[in-house]
Design a protein around this ligand. Structure first.
Ligand SMILES: [Zn+2]
Length: 189
């Protein structure tokens, strides 16, 4: 009969029951790290100069700023690519009521200032074909620009893979699609 099963305890390496097992240095950190395909994605607040760090100038149109990096879903572990670089145009524009005040905001979504405060947006035109991946909610009525103004029929933009949102909005049947700069991540690869 083979004796290999009896080396247990003989080497001095086996932990005694009342001693905690020590992990190799760095292993715990490695396990906590997000999956590799999301490791180059940064939130807007990770950039020192905020939105200016994620803009690139459009060589064909003076004064127009485009998204310098691919935009991805903000959910850690999802990382679905929403928009390729240089497709969206940076606009500081009117805020839009996107969040239900009666429901807690998803922890991976940044709160947005309410109208009439302005918000930084990526404007995508003229069709959803410009996106790599995007999902839409069903139509809701919401205020655009000012709380006392007329409501409009909006659809919210959500991640096509994991449904996280709202990340932005569009008017029903409209040709303009607005993604909140602070609700996407930036793939700096
Ligand atoms: Zn997602």
């Amino acid at each position: 009969m083979c004796d290999t099963s009896q080396v247990r305890g003989g080497t001095g390496l086996a932990p005694s029951p009342d001693q905690p097992v020590s992990l190799p240095p760095g292993l715990f950190e490695a396990l906590r790290r997000p999956p590799a395909r999301n490791s180059t994605a940064r939130s807007l607040q990770d950039f020192d100069s905020g939105v200016m760090d994620v803009c690139s100038t459009d060589v064909t149109r003076q004064g127009v700023l485009k998204n310098k990096y691919d935009l991805t879903c903000p959910r850690t572990g999802c990382g679905s690519i929403i928009l390729k670089s240089d497709v969206g145009m940076w606009v500081e524009g009117a805020g839009v009521e996107m969040d239900d005040p009666n429901r807690p905001l998803h922890p991976e979504l940044t709160p947005l200032p309410l109208p009439p405060a302005t918000v930084h947006w990526w404007l995508i035109t003229p069709s959803p074909m410009e996106f790599e991946n995007i999902g839409f909610t069903r139509t809701v009525r919401s205020n655009v620009g000012e709380t006392s103004g007329p409501t409009k029929k909006l659809k919210f933009l959500i991640c096509a893979e994991c449904d996280l949102g709202p990340l932005g909005w569009t008017e029903e049947g409209g040709k303009e699609f607005w993604l909140a700069c602070s609700r996407v991540k930036y793939n700096i690869q």
